[in-house]
Design a binder for this molecule. Structure first.
Ligand code: HEC
Length: 156
């Protein structure tokens, strides 16, 4: 049994790109082809594929969901991952670089000092390419996911 399982999970990993995407990402986040997300406050954008957003979702699930299930912030509900919360932070976090900078060195909502409540994501843990996919998932979910950051949300 163990051998069969190992073989089949290797097989899953090597499935073509289409299968590596996720129904949630395609249906609820409406990412069926590469989408342009804001990279910075100047309004430059960067393209993210369905696979990128799927990978971001997996990273979120593995590392963030305990505190941020459904886009909420369980330890501190006022600072949720809702789009209006992200955009209202100083500096704004409703763009890829804003989220990445925050995760590299989490700051309080007004940007005045470091906060130790969120999880710091170091460059040795997640290189730039990966952390951008994580940020892209958070941003897209905040823009599109039904019930994201609402009290009754059961999705993530
Ligand atoms: C141990 C709980 C915990 C974990 C794990 C965690 N966070 Fe947080 N996160 C928080 C808390 C608490 C805050 C609010 C911090 C503050 O304002 O002082 C926060 C704030 C944030 C914000 C800012 C939200 C806003 O509206 O400005 C983002 C973005 C964020 N977290 C993303 C993540 C991501 C992505 C991960 C996974 C790598 C993660 N967090 C892991 C607890 C956590």
């Amino acid at each position: 049994m163990a051998i069969v399982f190992t073989v089949s999970s290797n097989f899953l990993v090597s499935l073509p790109a289409e299968a590596a995407t996720d129904t949630y990402v395609r249906v609820y986040l409406e990412v069926r082809e590469p989408i342009a997300l804001e990279l910075n406050e100047q309004g430059e954008t960067k393209l993210f594929s369905t696979e990128d957003i799927t990978e971001g979702k997996e990273l979120f699930k593995a590392n963030c969901i305990n505190c941020h299930v459904g886009g909420k912030t369980l330890p501190y509900p006022p600072v949720s991952l809702a789009l209006d919360k992200l955009s209202g932070a100083t500096p704004p976090r409703d763009n890829i670089n804003g989220i990445v900078n925050f995760l590299r060195q989490p700051m309080t909502y007004d940007g005045s000092e470091e906060t130790f409540w969120c999880r710091t994501v170091t460059a040795s843990w997640m290189p730039q390419e990966q952390i951008e996919k994580l940020a892209a998932f958070v941003l897209r979910a905040a823009q599109k996911a039904p019930g994201w950051a609402e009290d009754n949300s059961e999705q993530f």
